[in-house]
Design a protein around this ligand. Structure first.
Ligand SMILES: Nc1ncnc2c1ncn2[C@@H]1O[C@H](COP(=O)(O)OP(=O)(O)OP(=O)(O)O)[C@@H](O)[C@H]1O
Length: 273
């Protein structure tokens, strides 16, 4: 069963008339992870922001976005706001930008959760602390008393994942959630995403430049180029029998990089990365 069905999505810049995504249709199956890959500027982020109806400025969209059969395109902004967070939750590239720098993390987290739950202060602290501990954030109450700049990028990403755990959304959309992190934090955050899927069984859209991560986390893959979906298939098929030249280029570049790394590291193969 499809939890999300995007039909004939068109995205354009209303100020210039430039088409960014001409006509995109795809589905997310219940409980699965769909990765969207493709070069910079291919339209991955605008596509995901369209699902959330969060594109800014002059960006316009048309088409149908069916979430559990309900057409999100027909909802008022107020109705859509209720869907964001609880039903559809977006985790962004850069945790630092997602949080208000002038307010302690706990205040921000409580404000977000208050929109969807009527928890007492104690119930909020209990839920949030449990979620933070589950993504290996120690001393959660202490952390909630800190400002965003007092935490590393990796920790902030984990706070965002913890918030998603507390919200228990139906769909998580993660837009390159590891791009801004160093390699070790990237590895840890990806592990947390894999756990998140195991524990919550939620459906996920995962945008990434990193085909190694995609191979680990995704069931299905969409490949985008210049606003178009040029290939789609199971992760296994994309890695072993890609039909489109561009997909084969992406996969072969990834394998060449892994091989180069293995050579530099004295033969430690990272083929399964
Ligand atoms: N707010 C905006 N106003 C005008 N054009 C935009 C806006 N946001 C995105 N675009 C344009 O839409 C196109 C697709 O951008 P998008 O950010 O979706 O690419 P992407 O595939 O996610 O790239 P990256 O991997 O670098 O994040 C780009 O040409 C970009 O310049």
């Amino acid at each position: 069963m499809n939890i999300l069905d995007v039909k004939n999505l068109k995205i354009w810049d209303g100020s210039t008339g430039r088409t960014i995504v001409p006509d995109s249709s795809f589905q997310l199956k219940q409980g699965t992870c769909l990765a969207i890959v493709g070069e910079s500027g291919s339209g991955k982020s605008v596509t995901c922001r369209s699902i959330m109806r969060l594109n800014k400025g002059s960006i316009c969209q048309s088409g149908d976005i069916l979430f559990q059969g309900e057409n999100l395109s027909l909802l008022s902004e107020q109705e859509m706001r209720r869907k964001r967070g609880k039903n559809l939750c977006m985790i962004l590239q850069n945790g630092m930008r997602a949080f208000d720098p002038s307010c302690k993390l706990g205040v921000h987290l409580k404000e977000t959760l208050d929109q969807h739950f009527s928890w007492s202060k104690q119930a909020f602290t209990d839920h949030m602390a449990k979620a933070m501990e589950s993504v290996m954030l120690r001393s959660p109450v202490e952390l909630m008393n800190k400002y965003p700049h007092q935490l590393s990028g990796g920790m902030l990403q984990r706070v965002m994942i913890a918030l998603a755990i507390a919200l228990e959304p139906d769909i998580i959309i993660a837009d390159e959630p590891t791009t801004a992190l160093d390699t070790i934090s990237q590895f840890e955050v990806v592990e947390q995403f894999i756990r998140l899927r195991e524990v919550m069984g939620c459906s996920m859209i995962f945008i990434s430049h990193d085909l190694g991560v995609v191979r680990k986390i995704a069931d299905d893959v969409l490949v985008m180029k210049d606003g178009e979906i040029v290939e789609r298939g199971t992760t296994q098929a994309i890695f072993t029998e890609a039909r489109h030249e561009y997909t084969r280029y992406l996969v072969s570049s990834k394998l060449a990089l892994s091989q180069h790394f293995a050579n530099v590291m004295g033969g430690i193969a990272l083929a399964d990365r």
